[in-house]
Design a protein around this ligand. Structure first.
Ligand code: BEZ
Ligand code: FE
Length: 303
């Protein structure tokens, strides 16, 4: 043994492998980065010890991550999809949005939000392809004391009745189909026309789809309309309204469903009301009140 070389760090040993790796982190690393790195290494080593992978299994895991990276483009983020189907996106969201009871709960943003959509007047029909069962959404925005919030900006988006977002079918759907942006009035009210949302599969032609099939899982999201609500002085709400009769409510592939977000979609058959909306009967209606809590600035309470 060459005793002239000074050993600062312990050599690798299976028993305390994570501690040995973490001991290499430099002294000047900022505490949050150190905490994150140490925690990830500790849990990763524990998982590897528990699983005891063969070399082939470990290489398969590395190939899966490589394929996931290779699937990513400017408009396809396969790692977010992976985080979604593993429930991690919803977990991170839950940790960061622990709201008072009355406030509308968040759910997953998803990859199909588009920034910069122009404002539309109340009552606009955002369905431009004429497919699906007509729906009128009558909604309002209030604070947690029940006061209306005027001037809230509300982005709305959903798939068409074939189960695709406009951005997934650029040559097929009219531009901006099933997308709108509204501003709440002095009573906190906004409303628009659309179509009843349907269930649809998340993009499953990549490694995440393969993983779902390998795990005996389907790729379907429960039928929903997306909402992003921003108002000065209030926490932004990113949420959905879910259709109550969807067969995937209890098994949404990205775990986005919350009981409080299931809407009361009512089938309507009043010919006068249909006429006033420019709809045929039957059509659907849903009422919804979004409740925003005032933004409170916390000191950073993380380790
Ligand atoms: C969505 O609801 O648009 C969505 C959410 C997660 C993954 C894919 C799509
Ligand atoms: Fe969606």
């Amino acid at each position: 043994m060459n005793t002239s070389v000074k050993r600062t760090f312990p050599l690798f040993r299976e028993q305390d492998s994570a501690a040995i790796v973490n001991a290499r982190i430099g002294p000047d690393v900022d505490p949050r980065t150190r905490y994150i790195a140490e925690t990830v290494v500790r849990h990763l080593h524990a998982a590897v010890k528990e699983i005891g992978p063969t070399h082939e299994e470990w290489l398969a895991a590395i190939k899966f991550l490589t394929d996931t990276g290779n699937m990513c483009t400017d408009w396809r983020q396969e790692f977010i999809l992976l985080s979604d189907v593993l429930g991690v996106s919803m977990l991170v969201d839950a940790i960061n949005h622990r709201r008072p009871g009355q406030a509308t709960e968040n759910t997953i943003l998803g990859p199909f939000f588009v920034e910069g959509v122009g404002l539309s007047p109340h009552g606009t029909n955002i369905c431009k392809d004429g497919k699906g069962e007509p729906l009128v959404v009558r909604a309002s925005v209030h604070d947690t004391d029940g006061n209306p919030i005027e001037g809230a900006v509300i982005d709305v988006w959903q798939t068409n009745d074939d189960g695709f977002y406009d951005v997934q079918q650029k040559q097929i759907q009219p531009e901006g189909n099933l997308r709108g942006k509204f501003v709440s009035d002095a009573d906190g009210v906004f409303w628009f026309k659309s179509v009843k949302p349907r269930d649809y599969p998340i993009p499953d032609d990549g490694p995440v789809g393969k993983l779902l099939r390998k795990l005996g899982r389907h790729p379907n999201r429960a039928a929903h309309i997306h909402f992003l609500i921003q108002a000065t002085g209030y926490d932004t709400v990113i949420t959905h309204i879910f259709a109550p009769d969807c067969p995937y409510l209890a098994e949404d592939t990205v775990f986005g469903v919350k009981e409080s977000l299931i809407g009361n979609f009512v089938r309507q058959s009043d010919p006068e009301e249909a006429k006033s909306l420019g709809f045929e009967i039957p059509f659907w209606s849903v009422h919804w009140n979004f409740v925003l809590n005032k933004t409170i600035f916390h000191s950073n309470d993380r380790k």
